[in-house]
Design a protein around this ligand. Structure first.
Ligand code: HPA
Ligand code: ZN
Length: 335
C-alpha cells in the first residue's frame, strides 16, 4: 500500500498537549481502572460534549477529563497511545507539552506524571524510532509564584525537560505576568515557548518576544492583525506552531476555508502544522495537514515547506534538523 504524500512526509509535531490526546475510549478505561466517576454514559456522549465556542469552554472539559489520570501507568498509556498515532501519521519527532499543575493540584505526585511520560517516550523511540522532548507548561490562570513552585518541583528532572511553556486561559493573563519565572527557566538552561495570539491580542505576542524572550510562539494567529509584528516575526525567523483544527473548534476561525495558513507562509512567517489537543479537536497531525491542504489548496511544495519548518523550528540539534530536512527535500525533489 502506498502511503499518501502527507502521511509519508517526515514531520515534527511541536504543539501537542499530552492531556489533550486523551481519547474518550481511554478516558473510560482509566476511569474504570481507577474507580473514578465520569459524568458521561458513553463514548458518544463524551464526543457530543465536545462542542466549544471559545478556549474556556474547551479548557473546562479538558481539565475535567484529566481527572481520570492518576498513576504513572496512566500517563505512560496516555503518551504511548499518542506516539502510536503520531507514528502512523509520519511524525518522526514530537515536542510534547504537559501541564503538571493540573495533576499536582489533585494530589498526584510530579514524579508519577513525568516518569510515566518518560517511559512512554523511551518506548516510542524503541518501537517507532520517534525522538521526543518534554515541554513543561505553566497554567497562566494560576500565579507566577505557583509556576515557580512547579519549576522547583521539576528540579530532579531538569535534564530531561527541554523547555517550559505557557498555556490555559489567555485573555487577562498576559505573558509579562510570568517574566521572572521564564527568566529563571532560561537561567536553568531551558528553552522557552508560550501560547500567544490565540485569543489574546498582538500585544501578547510582542510581550512573549520582548518580555519572555521565547524561542517559539504557540499559535500566534492574531499577529496577522499587526503588519509591523508580522514583518518582525518573519525577519527574526520566529516559528509559529499553528493548529488548524483547534482554530476551527475553538472558533479562532469561523470556517476551515478561512484558515490563514497560506497567508502566513506568503508573508514569510515560519508556520508549522500541529494538532494541539487531537482527542478534542477531531484530528491528529496528518488530519490537520489534510484539512488545510484541502481547504486552502496547498500544493506539495507548500506542504513540504510546512514540514521543513517543523524541523527548523524544533529543539533538535542542527545535525538532526539537517538530516530530517534532507528527507523532506527528497520527497519533493526525488534524486
Ligand atoms: N490554548 C491554551 N491552553 C491550552 C490549549 C490551547 O490551545 N490546549 C491545552 N491547553
Ligand atoms: Zn495549545
Amino acid at each position: 500500500m502506498t502511503k499518501d504524500f502527507i502521511t509519508a512526509l517526515p514531520k515534527a509535531e511541536l504543539h501537542l498537549h499530552i492531556e489533550g490526546s486523551l481519547e474518550p475510549e481511554l478516558m473510560f478505561a482509566l476511569a474504570a481502572r481507577n474507580g473514578v466517576a465520569i459524568p458521561y454514559a458513553s463514548v458518544e456522549e463524551v464526543r457530543a460534549a465536545y462542542a466549544f465556542s471559545n478556549l474556556q469552554d474547551f479548557l473546562d472539559i479538558y481539565y475535567a477529563g484529566a481527572d481520570v489520570l492518576r498513576t504513572r501507568a496512566d500517563f505512560h498509556d496516555l503518551a504511548a497511545a499518542y506516539f502510536d498515532r503520531a507514528a502512523a501519521d509520519g511524525v518522526v519527532h514530537a515536542e510534547i507539552m504537559f501541564d503538571p499543575q493540573t495533576h499536582t493540584a489533585r494530589g498526584i505526585p510530579f514524579a508519577e506524571v513525568i516518569e510515566g511520560l518518560l517511559s512512554a517516550m523511551a518506548q516510542a523511540q524503541a518501537r517507532h524510532g520517534i525522538t521526543s522532548a518534554l515541554i513543561m507548561s505553566f497554567l497562566r490562570h494560576l500565579s507566577e509564584e505557583e509556576a515557580f513552585a512547579t519549576l522547583a518541583e521539576a528540579t530532579p528532572w531538569l535534564d530531561r525537560i527541554t523547555a517550559v511553556g505557557l498555556d490555559s486561559s489567555e485573555v487577562g493573563h498576559p505573558p509579562e505576568k510570568f517574566a521572572r519565572v521564564f527568566a529563571a527557566a532560561r537561567g536553568r538552561g531551558l528553552k522557552l515557548v508560550a501560547h500567544a495570539g490565540e485569543e489574546g491580542p498582538p500585544e501578547y505576542v510582542r510581550q512573549a518576544l520582548d518580555v519572555l524572550a521565547v524561542d517559539r510562539i504557540d499559535h500566534g494567529n492574531r499577529s496577522l492583525e499587526d503588519p509591523a509584528l508580522v514583518e518582525r516575526l518573519a525577519r527574526e525567523g520566529m516559528t509559529l506552531t499553528v493548529c488548524p483544527l483547534s482554530n476551527l473548534k475553538l472558533c479562532v476561525v469561523d470556517r476551515i476555508e478561512d484558515h490563514p495558513i497560506d497567508a502566513m507562509l506568503a508573508q514569510g512567517l515560519r508556520a508549522t502544522i500541529n494538532s494541539d489537543d487531537p482527542a478534542y479537536f477531531g484530528g491528529y497531525v496528518a488530519d490537520n495537514y489534510r484539512a488545510v491542504a484541502a481547504a486552502r489548496g496547498l500544493d506539495r511544495a507548500a506542504l513540504a515547506t510546512l514540514a521543513r519548518n517543523s524541523f527548523t523550528g524544533s529543539f533538535l540539534p542542527a545535525d538532526a534538523v539537517a538530516a530530517h530536512v534532507a528527507r523532506v527535500d527528497a520527497m519533493v525533489h526525488p534524486a
